[in-house]
Design a protein around this ligand. Sequence first.
Ligand code: ADP
Ligand code: ASP
Ligand code: MG
Length: 404
Amino acid sequence: MGLIVQKFGGTSVADADRIKAAASKIIKTHQEGNQVIVIVSARGKTTDELLKMAFEICDAPDTRELDMLVSTGEQISISLMAMAIHSLGYPAISLTGGQVGIRTDNSYTKARIVNIDTTKIDEELKKGNIIIVAGFQGIDIDANITTLGRGGSDTTAVAIAAKMKADLCEIYTDVDGIYTADPRNVPDAKKLEKISYDEILELASLGAKVMHPRSIEFAKKYNVPIFVRSSFNNTPGTLICKEVPEMEDVLVSGATLSKNDAKITIRSIPDKPGQAANLFHEIAKNNINVDMIIQNISAQGHTDVTFTVPKDDLALAIKMSENIAKTINAGEVLSDDKIAKLSIVGIGMRSHTGIAEKMFSSLGEEKVNIQMISTSEIKVSCIIDEENSDNALLAIHKAFELDK
Ligand code: ADP
Ligand code: ASP
Ligand code: MG
């Protein structure tokens, strides 16, 4: 007997028929003699609709109340899923994040899991129940409901799988695995049989929404094997696992395009020690994630700094930048939210040269201007104009023969 964690995403529970189909998959796993813990997301577009409701009431809803609201989406799914399993004659119980002991910090809308108290899970498994857990949510130390950020149900699933030392964590979604690029935007994308934790972590962090980045951090730390597969067919899917030597032979495993970033430039910052610390201290204090940073060569004792932030945080980041620009006697603050980040990822980059150059030259052939570049051991990212970025992704995908 094994312990299997299965997660069903929004599309996989969007209507009654899909919930029933997911219930049958769950029961099959249970019938094979396994204990099963299921994590479900909100149905279809429920989370978007809940957010829309909040923004119809006010422009800047209180984040505690926002989490109270959006967490209800998952609560609908878990109760319906439990009913579907009951009606097929099997025992199941639905539990919210709080009931299942998922304790988080108190950063509403982007909380991090700090601990899982498994007492309730252990009890219910002992009774023979299939456990249906609401994804994406937890409670903080004062019992406030928190959520883990968009797409966070993956993280609930992997964190529970890690804590329970599950034999397998299956992520059921609306594509049949992880592809070399988002198959919705790149028709020639190819499904990968295997991908390493490091590669999918980079891809997810750079915008491939197939997995929530934080879920991969858990998976890597606790060595949880994950299968990403379709809830609509029985094809094997993609295994996310520890890297094996032959993975290094592949130069680039995947490409991704994100339109979720915006760019801020602060002109004419006095070029002296401590200024960057002042600026980014202010931004970090507001829990805004800065990604790329470029500082120009100093001219007449002044320099320009450009950095990127998530689009959602742009208004706040501009406000912070304007405040700090005033206090340090810098010049104007400019912003641009019509940018895109195009990235390639592969652990083969560690041992092969010329990959960044190939990316740049194929962008050049496409007449795409590169505004910013950042690299790590296993990725190259370029900020480009949003217009035409979809074609740039296709060109890069082709240049690295990811369609082969
Ligand atoms: P779920 O609701 O099941 O969590 P998501 O919409 O969050 O599903 O994630 C699945 C989607 O991720 C796919 O429909 C696909 O468009 C997108 N995606 C982005 N990059 C990739 C990739 N490299 N491989 C597969 N899917 C990807
Ligand atoms: N329902 C949440 C969202 O739409 C969490 C998830 O689906 O993983 O972002
Ligand atoms: Mg998702």
